[in-house]
Design a protein around this ligand. Structure first.
Ligand code: BDR
Ligand code: CA
Length: 318
């Protein structure tokens, strides 16, 4: 029986690859996608999400728009234009595929999360790969929602690797209060996939060529999205002609757990310092007395991820 999944996204290029993966993999049942402001404003993340699902023929999967801004701030922690992983923007406002034909649901993302988790008759896996504003708000309405979640798999954070500042990763930094609420909510199983892991699973331009050659909608789109990322990351990663596709590591992990290796640690987020706001403080001390609240990924296997993407995206009916 396939695993029920809700993706929470700020669709940009890597979210888009994660959405296609979850929508097309036979072992996953993507019951809904919730959108949030992050890489681009909410209107764009929602439009991009609809584009992706239409493009791969999965317009049946409902899309719900969520928060347009962080839960405890007017906007991101600093007004300055934040540096991205790379010099250029790996996303752009709109994805390079046709405009959507379908429309988002009238129900909001938070209502969808609360209603769906309250009425769930089987456990649901939550996969937030953007700022955690929607998830935190749903938990503020009903902290018991965690009971319906078998695992929450979060793309976010960084220990030795950061991007938006010298201290922080974008998803966590964009709404640090929300991140702390989710980390302390008491989920029975919380897996955190930080940049330390995602930067090890680089996807190459050669793989993009193989994806495009397949001629499938998902293969063509994945090639376009990842090629845009490779162009943006040029010169900022250890392997030339390659880029991290952060968010899809989370959905790939659902069907192939060995794609990452994790350590059980206590993780909390700095919400106060102007210098290190949004930093995931991971207690790696061997004598730590802090109760672990997350399984944190510190490595990811590039070849396993590459093979999985090629398998899922090139076999789709043309
Ligand atoms: C995260 O930020 C976004 O740019 C990506 O979509 C990913 O979720 C990486 O820091
Ligand atoms: Ca994202």
């Amino acid at each position: 029986m396939s695993r029920k999944v809700i993706l929470d996204v700020d669709t940009g290029t890597d979210d888009a690859v994660a959405i296609m993966f979850a929508a097309l993999h036979s072992e996953l049942d993507l019951v809904g996608v919730t959108t949030v402001t992050g890489n681009v404003p909410l209107e764009n993340t929602t439009d991009n999400t609809l584009r992706v699902l239409d493009w791969i023929g999965r317009s049946d999967i409902p899309v719900f728009a969520g928060l347009a801004r962080p839960i405890a701030r007017i906007g991101f922690p600093s007004a300055k234009h934040f540096e991205r992983d790379s010099g250029d923007d790996p996303h752009g406002s709109s994805l390079p595929i046709p405009e959507p034909r379908s429309v988002r649901q009238d129900t909001g993302a938070v209502e969808f999360l609360v209603e769906t988790l309250r009425s769930a008759t089987e456990q649901i896996t939550l996969v937030p790969v953007g700022p955690l504003s929607n998830i935190a708000t749903a938990l503020a309405i009903d902290p018991a929602l965690t009971d319906a979640v078998d695992e929450v798999v979060i793309m976010g954070g960084g220990h030795a690797v950061t991007n938006v500042t010298a201290s922080a990763e974008f998803n966590i930094w964009a709404d640090p209060e929300a991140a702390n609420m989710v980390l302390s909510a008491g989920f029975s199983r919380l897996t955190l996939v930080p940049l330390d892991a995602t930067y090890q699973a680089l996807i190459t331009r050669d793989t993009c060529a193989r994806l495009a050659k397949s001629g499938t909608p998902a293969g063509i789109a994945a090639s376009r999205f990842i090629s845009r990322r490779i162009d943006a990351y040029d010169g900022t990663v250890t392997v030339s002609d390659a880029a991290p596709v952060h968010d899809v590591v989370c959905t790939a992990y659902l069907v192939q757990p060995e794609i990452i290796t994790t350590r059980s640690l206590h993780v909390t987020v700095d919400t106060t310092s102007s210098l290190t706001i949004g930093r995931t403080v991971m207690d790696t001390r061997l004598n730590s007395t802090q109760e672990p609240n997350a399984n944190v990924a510190f490595s990811a296997a590039p070849q396993l991820l590459t093979d999985l993407l090629l398998d899922v995206f090139t076999s789709q009916a043309k």
